[in-house]
Design a protein. Structure first.
Length: 298
């Protein structure tokens, strides 16, 4: 296996880092075609390309099937980081990121792989918030060479869902009210520690943008606009125990799909029994599920 540390720059000037790995087949995928095919692996909130256990396991399995793999950072990697944006050191990370910038990051990586590395066919695989960013990107753009996307456990970021859930509503409304109050006082860039939907440090403005009534990142609004083949995967345990972001989500997703997506086989949703959000003890099962889809759409 050959591994190369790589960097790219988005159109907005953000510097990103990743690891490009090739199996012994030298980048050829003998199971699919003679063209070079690569899978772009995208991490979830606060994670990164170099320590994400789930993506590391998937990378090994995917390369075992003959694909090249790029494990890539978003500018929102880790809790806090400093990256260069337009040659200026800028504080980024999960605490400060805007989810919308994930589109620029994905397009930056896609352009890098096509123009600098010569890949003609790409597939995306995102986990958690990385899956949300992937769906958001492919719902609004059609990057040349991207032939499909696997969205692993993207949560539902929905203000309406949170306030309508009797279990989560009190915690959510308390946190949201606190963030709004800070914004009114001109402290929108200050960090607050939240416990819903999970424990995280985030700016008050970032919390409102991500989880507020504008529903900027509600995946139910993105899925009908995705034109490439889409596989969504969830864990049975996360659907049962993950609270408002996952409750009844497969049924909600099914209700939003276009007829063409169902009729033409562009969409599939699979559930891995007893798997949690991070697929502890289920990583190999997840890889086994994803590989036939990757081979088909590669």
């Amino acid at each position: 296996m050959n591994v190369e540390l790589v960097t790219t720059e988005t159109e907005g000037g953000a510097l990103l880092h990743g690891a490009l790995a090739k199996p012994e087949s030298n980048g050829l995928n003998p199971l699919v075609s003679k063209e070079r095919v690569i899978v772009l692996l995208l991490h979830g909130v606060g994670s990164n390309f170099y320590s994400d256990r789930l993506l590391s396991s998937l990378a090994e399995q995917i390369m075992g099937a003959g694909f090249d793999v790029l494990r890539a950072n978003f500018r929102g990697h880790d809790l806090v980081n400093y990256t260069r944006v337009d040659n200026l050191a800028t504080r980024q990370g999960a605490a400060y990121e805007s989810v919308s910038k994930g589109q620029d990051d994905i397009l930056g990586w896609v352009n890098f792989l096509r123009e600098e590395k010569g890949y003609s066919h790409l597939l995306l695989l995102g986990h958690s918030l990385g899956a949300v960013k992937s769906l958001l990107t492919l719902s609004s753009t059609s990057p040349k060479g991207v032939g499909g996307v696997i969205a692993v456990s993207p949560p539902l970021l929905s203000y309406t869902t949170y306030v309508d859930c009797p279990i989560s509503a009190p915690r959510y409304q308390k946190t949201f009210g606190r963030a709004e109050e800070m914004i009114k006082k001109g402290r929108g860039d200050d960090l607050i520690e939240v416990k819903f939907p999970f424990r995280l440090l985030i700016t008050a403005a970032g919390y409102v943008e991500k989880y507020g009534p504008a529903e900027n990142y509600n995946l139910l609004q993105f899925i009908p606009k995705v034109k490439v083949p889409l596989l969504m995967v969830y864990g049975g345990a996360e659907l049962a125990l993950g609270g408002a972001p996952f409750r009844n989500l497969p049924d909600k997703i099914d209700g939003t799909l276009r007829k063409e997506q169902k009729k033409d086989g562009l969409f599939d949703l699979q559930i891995i029994a007893e798997a949690d959000h991070f697929y502890h003890g289920k990583c190999k099962e997840l890889g086994t599920l994803c590989l036939p889809w990757l081979k088909k759409h590669g």
